[in-house]
Design a binder for this molecule. Structure first.
Ligand code: CP3
Length: 368
């Protein structure tokens, strides 16, 4: 489907931005930079807005969600906004009993542990999301109208990461119940993954149709899986999730382009090639694998995103600077590179360090 003429990719507002060029495999004059979790607790203006509110209520308030999405863009001069929301928002909207507990993460009213639990969950009809996602479309529209030529990135959780919360009932270290269900009840697992792919795929598509210029699928916990399990029991559902946006296109100077899709995971060094193979355009790399090695594993033709170690954000500046220069240098081996962190911004990060890091990336890459 072709995006409508008002979409910022179709109208040309964001199609030539550094971020979209890099995501399309073209190396721009300056390396673009944004940060996972750039909107959030590292910003005093965010903490101020959040006093007395609940996370999921904020996500469903279009005015607040768009304002919070814009805060880091105003402050840091990053090359993209990321939509402020959460991977469990579409679960909440489809009728799952889920809350977000501060300092902990998503917690479910009831863990999905058996085939009967999967029946109960999947009886919730993902089609109701087309209406229920209205506040998300509204929030994206508001953010995009303020962002002008700075692209907004939409995102969703990958089916495995969402299933990890659903099956565990909350955050967990090794996702052992999810991995047990995968093997003990493969048929129930497949139904759980297909349903989750549909729910999260609709969330992602709604954001792109409402004006997001790129889409990122977060499979934060896929690093808990072996390559064989990932390929057999997870990758097909991730492909089904991004199929919801894979058909979306726009044209620049008469050439058709697809809306770029980024795929990111933590501890997924062994899975990088499979994560690209689901149909992603760009692979996000965590801090464990250097970008030149990630590029080699990906075959040398895939744009990469990453991978400054978040732990170094609180190290002395010269230590961080040397690390960022090294990341930029290694990123030059790939066709194009978007600088990011290897995982989200830690809450105790000094926001001025992030602002300084953005100018360092722009200055160093412009001089090369
Ligand atoms: O700036 C951005 O990146 C946009 C916002 C964003 C949030 N969550 C806001 C949020 C994004 C992209 C996410 C995705 C998300 N949510 C992921 C994938 C990315 C990752 O970090 O691996 C995951 C695994 C979740 C689930 C989740 N939600 C966790 C682990 C937490 C943290 C719990 C905590 O308080 O430490 C949340 C809550 C959450 N999502 C917060 C924010 C700003 C904190 C809520 C608060 O301030 O009360």
């Amino acid at each position: 489907m072709i995006l409508d003429a008002q979409h910022p990719l179709s109208s040309g507002l964001t199609a030539d931005s550094r971020l979209i060029q890099a995501y399309q495999g073209v190396r721009p004059d300056v390396t673009p930079v944004w940060f996972m979790r750039q909107a959030g607790r590292s910003l005093p203006e965010y903490r101020e807005l959040r006093v007395g509110t609940r996370m999921l209520d904020v996500c469903l308030d279009p005015e607040l969600a768009s304002e919070i999405s814009l805060q880091p863009v105003r402050r840091h001069n990053v090359d993209a906004g990321i939509f402020f929301s959460d991977i469990v928002v579409p679960l909440k909207l489809v009728g799952v009993d889920v809350t977000i507990v501060a300092g902990k993460g998503p917690v479910l009213g009831k863990a999905v542990r058996t085939s009967a639990d999967v029946d109960e969950l999947t009886a919730l009809d993902p089609a109701i999301l087309d209406e229920a996602l209205a506040p998300i479309r509204d929030a994206v529209g508001r953010a995009v109208s303020q962002l002008g030529s700075t692209p907004l990135i939409g995102f969703a959780g990958a089916p495995f990461t969402l299933a990890a919360y659903l099956v565990e009932g909350g955050p967990s270290k090794d996702h052992i119940h999810a991995r047990t269900l995968m093997h003990a009840e493969p048929e129930a697992w497949a139904r759980l993954m297909a349903w989750t792919a549909d729910v999260t795929g609709r969330f992602l598509r709604a954001q792109v149709l409402a004006g997001a210029s790129a889409a990122q699928l977060f499979d934060s916990w896929a690093g808990a899986l072996s390559l064989v399990d990932y390929a057999a029991s997870v990758a097909p559902a991730s492909a089904a999730a991004i199929a919801h946006v894979r058909d979306l296109s726009y044209s620049v100077n008469g050439a058709d382009r697809n809306v770029p899709i980024v795929h990111f995971g933590v501890g997924t060094g062994e899975l990088l090639k499979e994560m690209h193979n689901i149909g992603a355009d760009v692979v996000g790399v965590d801090y464990r694998v250097p970008l030149d090695e990630a590029n080699r594993r990906l075959g040398g033709a895939v744009p990469v995103q990453g991978n400054v170690d978040p732990a170094l954000l609180t190290a002395p500046w010269p230590v961080l600077e040397a690390h960022v220069r090294d990341v930029l240098e290694r990123g030059r081996s790939a066709p194009s590179h978007v600088l990011n962190l290897g995982h989200g911004v830690p809450p105790d990060t000094d926001p001025d360090v992030l602002t300084r890091l953005v100018s360092l990336v722009h200055d160093v890459s412009a001089a090369e």
